[in-house]
Ligand binder design. Structure first.
Ligand SMILES: [Zn+2]
Ligand SMILES: [Zn+2]
Length: 87
């Protein structure tokens, strides 16, 4: 689960150096608003990198729970609309 949007993390991304992970979209929003800090530990964020091992687990989870993937697709669409609206 992503602690920002409370849904299954798509393309999970880990913040460095604290290592907390969020979905890619949420990380992108975090990195847009300086100063960057982790919403979980309030630590400074130097960057973000894809978390492939967690991504594998989530792919497996979505394979076993296809209804969650569906809901997340709708959410992804909403986020996309939201980001277009903001820019
Ligand atoms: Zn998220
Ligand atoms: Zn953190």
């Amino acid at each position: 689960m992503c602690p920002i949007c409370f849904s299954v993390q798509h393309q999970p991304t880990s913040l460095t150096p604290c290592g907390h992970s969020f979905c890619k979209g949420c990380c992108a929003r975090l990195l847009k608003d300086a100063p960057y800090s982790c919403p979980l530990c309030r630590g400074q964020v130097a960057g973000a990198s894809p978390n492939h091992s967690l991504g594998g687990v989530i792919d497996l989870f979505l394979t076993m729970n296809p209804e969650r993937a569906q809901g997340d697709k709708e959410l992804a669409g909403l986020l996309l609309l939201y980001s277009r609206y903001r820019s």
